[in-house]
Write a new protein. Structure first.
Length: 340
């Protein structure tokens, strides 16, 4: 099977698993796991922050950041397509009691002026606008990349209004590789930020949340409340360190493969539109009269391909560590058969 459903489907390579076997470990909660400590120090430096904490998932990074920065009744400004709103089970409301105020951005990216217009005045009747969250890259925007200048504009408006800034950096390293812009340039104006290791970087578990030393101390408190330390987490952190050493540069291969698939889709008669391919995510829409997303997904499965149905004749495809040129050619051949 060639699995294009998501880059979360990657499996750890043999070399990554071997890195786990030799990891030095200790009690994470006591600060005694040298491998986890090394990972947190490295990510903090990568993102230009004072400190960092190792967490099981990116969703947990987002939810802990919101819990640290906000109080019940506060408001977080974000794009209507963002992960924290659509794919975290209502966590901001359930765990922190916050309101999400959504903006209609361009492929998941909004402007400073949109933020300015969304900030509420002070009133006992209104939620307290507290935080702005950006997603790099923007998943439902087809992996669209925020430019440093666009982020700077949002940060500047946030500072005018004393707002906290947060970056969901699930695919930040895709943006770094595609643009050549260092990670810390994207995150320099962020009060908190994180990167994920279980997507294109190929690790089975893990994300690292970074910010000031004070922020991370508070983040640790929520980590403790919501599940506790992972103890000898160096066995997991070792695979994340391996990913940083060996799987970042190769994201360019994923981007090239996605571009190849996107180009082929744009030439097919039954493809209505293809979201611009900036990194490793492809969304495309099928014309009226063509197969719907459920039918195409079922036909793909019969052909040994897994794709992502998104309703209304929309399909999502992701390239990653576990799909190669052969897989892409099989996918393109299948799509031409049914959409050309």
């Amino acid at each position: 099977m060639h699995d294009f459903y998501s880059d979360t489907k990657t499996k750890p390579t043999r070399a990554m698993r071997e890195a786990m076997l030799d990891a030095e470990v200790g009690d994470e909660q006591k600060g005694e796991d040298p491998t986890t400590n090394a990972l947190c120090e490295r990510v903090a430096d990568l993102l230009g922050k004072e400190a960092a904490v190792f967490l099981p998932s990116g969703s947990m990074c987002n939810e802990i950041a919101i819990a640290v920065h906000c109080r019940p009744g506060d408001e977080v400004i974000c794009d209507r397509t963002c992960h924290v709103l659509n794919f975290e089970g209502g966590g901001p409301a359930a765990l922190s009691g916050v309101v999400l105020s959504t903006l209609d951005g361009d492929l998941g990216r909004f402007s400073g002026e949109q933020v300015r217009a969304a900030v509420r005045g002070k009133s006992r009747y209104f939620p307290n606008t507290r935080m702005v969250s950006v997603e790099q890259t923007a998943n439902l925007g087809g992996g669209a990349i925020w430019t440093p200048e666009a982020i700077d504009e949002v940060v500047a408006v946030a500072r005018e209004h004393d707002l906290i800034t947060h970056m969901d950096g699930a695919r930040l390293m895709n943006a770094v590789v595609a643009s050549g812009v260092p990670a810390k340039r994207y995150t320099q104006g962020m009060d908190s930020c994180w990167i994920d290791f279980s997507k294109g970087l190929g690790a089975p578990v893990g994300a690292v949340l970074a910010g000031s030393a004070e922020f991370i101390e508070q983040a640790w408190r929520f980590k403790q409340q919501w599940g506790g330390a992972m103890r000898q987490s160096g066995v997991l952190a070792a695979m994340c360190l391996y990913a940083l050493d060996h799987h970042v540069g190769r994201l360019a291969d994923d981007h090239a493969l996605a571009a190849q698939i996107g180009t082929a889709l744009n030439e097919m008669q039954m493809v209505k539109s293809v979201t611009p391919v900036a990194t490793n995510i492809i969304f495309f829409d099928i014309v009226d009269g063509g197969p719907d997303d459920q039918l195409l997904t079922a036909l793909a499965l019969e052909a040994g391909l897994i794709i992502g149905p998104y309703g209304d004749k929309r399909i999502r495809l992701l390239t990653h560590l576990d799909v190669d040129e052969t897989a892409a050619e099989a996918l393109i051949t299948f799509l031409r058969k049914h959409l050309d």
